[in-house]
Design a protein around this ligand. Structure first.
Ligand code: ZN
Ligand code: ZN
Length: 191
């Protein structure tokens, strides 16, 4: 997980406004906004196609809060096999418990602890949603993005995208492998 920005963002919840019946934040942010937010953590090989929609329900649980929500957007990213950009629609559901930073072991450098990813700490009364958003995008992002399960990739010899056309070298390889199969084909023994 990347470093989280410490500056106050324009997407957050005033916790003192969360009453007993809870609080719902429902909004959308432009693709330019989300692109800038994600650029801060150093991911730049994808392009947002859609605005991001955000819905979060926050409930008070004593000093803690429960934040349950969903984000949705779409972006393009390069396929690891053929290197062509393809569209990926992202929908992430999450559930975090917000604890005051003076409770328990607060690690000042790490707002989201690895061991329990669903616990985050808040300071004061403003809870910034941007780090959660960035984290959800990162964890939902495919680690091995493929434009399709049947993507043929690129030719290691000439670099041709084999989804578009067969290059001369792959036709050559096909001929060789067909020959190899024929050569190794067991001849019927005469009985
Ligand atoms: Zn591909
Ligand atoms: Zn080739």
């Amino acid at each position: 997980m990347g470093r989280l920005s410490k500056k106050k963002s324009d997407l957050g919840i005033s916790l003192d406004e969360v009453g007993e019946s809870g609080y719902r934040l429902s909004c959308s942010k432009s693709k330019e906004w989300i692109r800038d937010v994600v650029r801060d953590v150093g991911n730049s090989d994808f392009t947002f196609l859609d605005d991001i929609t955000i819905q979060v329900d926050v409930f008070r649980m004593g000093k803690d809060f429960s934040a349950r929500g969903v984000i949705a957007t779409a972006f393009t990213l390069p396929c690891v096999r053929c290197l062509e950009d393809f569209a990926f629609s992202l929908k992430a559901q999450f559930h975090y418990t917000l604890c005051p930073s003076d409770s328990g072991e607060f690690l000042p450098e790490v707002e989201v602890r690895r061991a329990d990813l669903d616990v985050v700490y808040y300071e004061g009364t403003y809870f910034d949603l941007v780090p959660l958003l960035v984290e959800q995008i990162i964890v939902t992002m495919p680690t091995h993005p493929l434009c399709g399960q049947t993507c043929k990739g690129i030719c290691p010899q000439c670099g041709e995208n084999l989804n578009k056309r067969l290059c001369p070298c792959s036709r050559e390889n096909e001929k060789i492998s067909a020959f190899e199969i024929l050569k190794n084909f067991p001849l019927k023994q005469k009985s």
